[in-house]
Design a protein around this ligand. Structure first.
Ligand SMILES: C[S@@+](CC[C@H](N)C(=O)[O-])C[C@H]1O[C@@H](n2cnc3c(N)ncnc32)[C@H](O)[C@@H]1O
Length: 218
């Protein structure tokens, strides 16, 4: 989506994607990555996700990238975290002891910022892109991740014709076709979550699958 779309969503606080709880797949599967406490974890398109607090609670250093300034500010104020702010190139850098958020476009994030990450977490980032831009995002993510880094990818899949995204449907076939060049892929889970998603029920979407993948950057 174009930046203006997301700025408007944040301005209007139409942020249905934001979860009040930690993502259950993150809680269930993160330990399978077997990461030491002080691991640097990259969270692309992070919004103000509480999942970053979970990652920090594991002892990790979190590095997020988010386009919208209000999202970043709300993350720190909602969680009563005091941060410092500096400018890094065209990004604003907000920092606490364990959480470092770069506000700006992921496509212009300098690679030096993620060069020491060994893990990543993509929830509602890949699926935020329409198909026409998704592969480009996936390539940018891959280019920001050092070889050997491991991560959790959480996707949604449903019949795309039944709803206008975002979130956009991302099938296991798409994941295999577009990510396997850069990542080793293991499917960890796939389950029907239609009953928990009133927006999809209201639009008579017939089925909705949430999947978790373990990815390793080649
Ligand atoms: C669907 S939301 C998901 C947010 C978060 N991952 C979560 O689980 O709540 C997608 C987020 O990506 C941000 N975004 C969109 N385009 C971006 C870009 N080019 N660079 C960085 N962030 C972007 C949006 O502002 C929005 O907060």
């Amino acid at each position: 989506m174009e930046p203006g779309f997301w700025h408007e969503k944040w301005h209007q606080q139409q942020i249905g994607f934001h979860q009040q709880d930690i993502n259950p797949f993150l809680v269930k599967y993160w330990q399978q990555l077997r990461l030491p406490a002080n691991t640097k974890v990259f969270v692309p398109l992070c919004g103000k996700s509480l999942d970053m607090c979970f990652l920090a609670e594991q002892g990790h250093q979190v590095i997020g990238c988010e386009l919208n300034e209000l999202a970043v500010q709300q993350f720190f104020s909602d969680n009563q975290l005091e941060m410092s702010q500096t400018t890094v190139g065209e990004h604003q850098h907000y920092q606490t002891e364990q959480i470092s958020l770069y506000q700006g476009d992921i496509f212009t994030l300098p690679k030096v910022i993620t060069q020491e990450v060994t893990a990543f977490y993509d929830r509602a980032a890949l699926i935020a892109w329409p198909e026409s831009m998704r592969a480009q995002y996936a390539k940018q993510l891959a280019s920001l991740l050092p070889s050997g880094s491991v991560g959790l990818l959480v996707t949604l899949d449903y019949p795309q014709e039944s709803l206008i995204g975002p979130p956009f449907a991302v099938s296991p076939t798409w994941v295999e076709q577009h990510l396997s060049e850069d990542f080793d892929i293991e499917v960890l889970a796939s389950q029907d979550v239609l009953a928990d998603n009133p927006r999809f029920i209201k639009k008579a979407v017939p089925w909705l699958n949430e999947a978790a993948y373990l990815l390793k950057r080649k």
